[in-house]
Design a protein around this ligand. Structure first.
Ligand SMILES: C[S@@+](CC[C@H](N)C(=O)[O-])C[C@H]1O[C@@H](n2cnc3c(N)ncnc32)[C@H](O)[C@@H]1O
Length: 269
């Protein structure tokens, strides 16, 4: 259970930062957001963004001319990297539940880039938006069917539980064009992950069961979530199309390089 006190504290801090971004020049920056606003995890903002886009190029065929959607865009780490590599030869839409990230991205990154847009949605997430009002499982992406060539989410489903995760998978496939690609990173729970967590080799313990997923932290359930690999495969099977490409990540053996598992799904014709 997320404590009401923690939710209130986080909501107040997030709202204050958002107001400071919108109405003061305190967080003004051009080539990257100030470090203090980057809650996306470890590593250098530019290096990690470039590595994410390189993975999209090599695994998901990202190329000039693509219309792209990022689920959980955070504070534009991947948008910056996409722009460095492809400029205006692609379009990009991103959405996130952290209002200050969207305010900052629209004000400082997107203002002079008409091909890049950012949208806020007040969905609940015990880690990133504990006072949110919309259940992710009730949120339909605000884009028409078949409007993107590539949908991606890096380090987002590692912070979402069931049934939200499966609803987002369905929504991603809905907004993809035929032959479109859906790339995401995740922690996948399978026999190897179970062995590695039990022996202490893995970077997480994922001790708690929640439906068919595993949680690392009961108080903040969205802090780290592992999704059942077999359930994901069965779910995708019901939707048709080819089996996904899955690459196991270094989290299973405490290796930082390509830390999360990667999944690539190609939508059928
Ligand atoms: C670890 S950060 C990664 C941010 C970004 N993908 C990146 O790699 O820089 C996780 C992000 O997922 C977002 N998030 C969590 N639940 C979400 C949801 N239901 N819809 C969209 N974004 C969500 C968080 O607000 C946060 O920005």
């Amino acid at each position: 259970m997320v404590s009401k006190f923690r939710a209130l504290k986080v909501a107040t801090a997030l709202r204050t930062v958002d107001l400071l971004i919108r109405y003061t020049p305190l967080f003004a920056h051009k080539d990257a957001p100030p470090n203090v606003l980057n809650l996306a995890g470890g590593g250098d903002f530019t290096t990690v963004g470039d590595a994410n886009i390189a993975a999209l190029v090599s695994l998901a065929d990202l190329s000039a001319g693509d219309d792209t959607l990022e689920i959980g865009c955070g504070i534009a780490r991947n948008a910056y990297a996409l722009h460095r590599k492809f400029g205006d030869s692609v379009t990009y839409a991103g959405f996130d539940v952290m209002k200050f990230c969207i305010s900052w991205s629209n004000k400082y990154f997107g203002a002079d880039k008409p091909n890049y847009s950012f949208r806020y949605s007040n969905m609940t997430n015990s880690m990133y938006n504990p006072s949110g009002e919309i259940a992710p499982s009730e949120y339909d992406f605000e884009y028409p069917d078949a409007s993107f060539d590539l949908v991606f989410a890096t380090s987002v489903f590692t912070h979402m539980q069931e049934p939200d995760f499966y609803h987002f998978v369905n929504e991603a496939l809905r907004v993809l064009r035929p032959n479109g690609r859906f790339y995401f990173t995740a922690f996948l729970w399978d026999d190897d992950a179970e062995r590695a967590t039990k022996s202490g080799e893995a970077a997480f313990s994922f001790k708690y069961q929640a439906q068919d997923s595993r949680l690392d932290n009961r108080e903040v359930p969205d802090a780290a979530v592992a999704h059942s690999r077999s359930k994901l495969l069965a779910h995708l099977d019901t939707l048709g199309g080819q089996p996904p490409l899955i690459i196991n990540g270094g989290w299973r053996r405490k290796i930082n390089k390509q830390f999360q598992d990667c999944v690539l799904i190609r939508k059928a014709q």
